[in-house]
Design a protein around this ligand. Sequence first.
Ligand SMILES: [Zn+2]
Ligand SMILES: [Zn+2]
Length: 108
Amino acid sequence: MTAVPPYPEPIEVRHEKGARRLVVTWDDGHVSTYPLDYLRSWCPCAGCQGHSPTARYLEMTGQELAHLEPVGNYALAPTWEDGHNTGIYSFRYLRGLCPCDECGGERR
Ligand SMILES: [Zn+2]
Ligand SMILES: [Zn+2]
């Protein structure tokens, strides 16, 4: 019997300002690269998602990340340059958004 491994957690989160993307290295060795527009467009907060039963892609462009704050040990909370900061991206949610081919590509 092997224990079910815990869900992957980030060991490094890097904001590449020039490339306008966030690069997350996970503890299982996977590396996820999120364009900022893509990340912002999947903002999970109620204000962005409304009461829709399924997640909505918002098609945001020109998004800049002002600040990134860890929430406990389970999530990241970005503050965007327009002041929006209510989106809490749990590690599980974030990993599910990984746009690499191996994970199934960009969702929208
Ligand atoms: Zn939001
Ligand atoms: Zn991936």
